[in-house]
Every structure is written in structure tokens, then in C-alpha cells.
Write a protein that binds this ligand. Structure first.
Ligand SMILES: [Zn+2]
Length: 192
């Protein structure tokens, strides 16, 4: 019965809509009932919006003499998709670097984070990718990224327990425990 509902589908000429109709049928739904009629088209739009997201230019630098300053941008919220379960995870990032002659425009950190979040990911790679991009965009070897993520594949399935996962990348001056690292951790995890 479920097979015929799929075979009787109207021609959409959109493979993503076909996938959505097939999915609805396989979980026992009628894709032609009111409420679901437009769902395959919405599904297709969402996947294209997610995978085709353009974060824009992310490497605008300004020459600026700084004396030992550390720049930190915290509370950057992004959504990504776990590549193991195709379920969303949210991640809050703190990004830090020590400028070496140039500073990066403030919005560029969020652009870099979104660029790497808008693809199938695991949190560890997301944080690594962001750190590498920030280092390339700033020309600084001193970069740190901390991410705290909540994964729906753990909260709503499997063990069904909400929890926060923290991952971090420390390079250059942030590698050793010291003032730079202390300041970063205090920024990423403020006492509330
Ligand atoms: Zn997962």
C-alpha cells in the first residue's frame, strides 16, 4: 500500500521533492493529505538553502598597529547538521587571535563560522575548520576557537539526554596555559 502511494506521485522533476515524498510514504504518511502537500517543496527549498548558503567575503583585513592585544569574539551562535544522523546541532563559538599587523573585520568571524556550519559536520571538524580559516584570514599563528554544542542526535534520540559538548583548538600563544589562555577561557565561560 505504501509503495503505490509513492508510485502514484505526481511528476515533480525535482529529485529532492521526490526524496521527501518517498520519506513521508516510508514513515506511514500520505504525502497528498492536507498539511503535507507542500512539504516536499519546502523540504527541497530548505536543503538547497542550507547547502547553498553563501556566507560572503570573510577576509577583509585592516592594517592596525597593536601592542600585544588579543582580540576575542564570543557568543557566536550557529546551527549545523550532524553528518552521522542528519540532525541539527547548535554551537556557540568563541574565537580569539593575536593580531600580527592586521585586524580582521568583526563580522568576518561570524561569516567564517557560518560558512563551515552550513554543511554536514561533526563539531570537532567545525571548530578545526574555523580555526584554520581565522588563521589564514588574519595571517596570525596565534588562534583559539572554543565551541559548545548541543546535539539533537543525543538530546532527542539515542540516550535522549541534553548535554553540552565542548571542543577547542589552541595554537601559538594559546597552546600553553598562561594569561592568553586564561583570558580566553574566562570569556568563553563567564560566571553567570
Ligand atoms: Zn549525530
Amino acid at each position: 500500500m505504501t509503495t503505490s502511494a509513492y508510485e502514484n506521485r505526481p511528476e515533480t522533476h525535482d529529485p529532492l521533492e521526490d526524496v521527501a515524498r518517498r520519506l513521508l510514504v516510508e514513515i506511514g504518511e500520505d504525502p497528498d493529505r492536507d498539511g503535507l502537500k507542500e512539504t516536499p517543496a519546502r523540504f527541497a527549498r530548505w536543503w538547497r538553502e542550507f547547502s547553498g548558503y553563501d556566507a560572503g567575503e570573510a577576509d577583509t583585513r585592516f592594517p592596525l598597529r597593536t601592542s600585544g592585544q588579543i582580540v576575542m569574539v564570543s557568543d557566536i551562535h550557529v546551527w549545523s547538521l550532524c553528518e552521522h544522523h542528519l540532525l541539527p546541532f547548535s554551537c556557540v563559538l568563541t574565537i580569539a587571535y593575536k593580531p600580527h599587523g592586521d585586524v580582521l573585520g568583526l563580522s568576518k568571524f561570524a561569516r567564517i563560522a557560518h560558512r563551515h556550519a552550513h554543511r554536514l559536520q561533526v563539531q570537532e571538524r567545525l571548530i578545526q575548520d574555523v580555526a584554520e580559516d581565522v588563521s589564514a584570514a588574519t595571517g596570525s599563528p596565534d588562534v583559539a576557537v572554543i565551541g559548545q554544542g548541543e546535539h539533537l542526535c543525543m538530546s532527542m534520540r539515542g540516550i535522549r539526554t541534553p548535554a553540552l559538548m565542548t571542543t577547542s583548538v589552541f595554537t601559538g600563544i594559546f597552546e600553553e596555559y598562561g594569561p592568553a589562555r586564561d583570558e580566553l577561557v574566562a570569556t568563553a565561560f563567564p560566571r553567570r
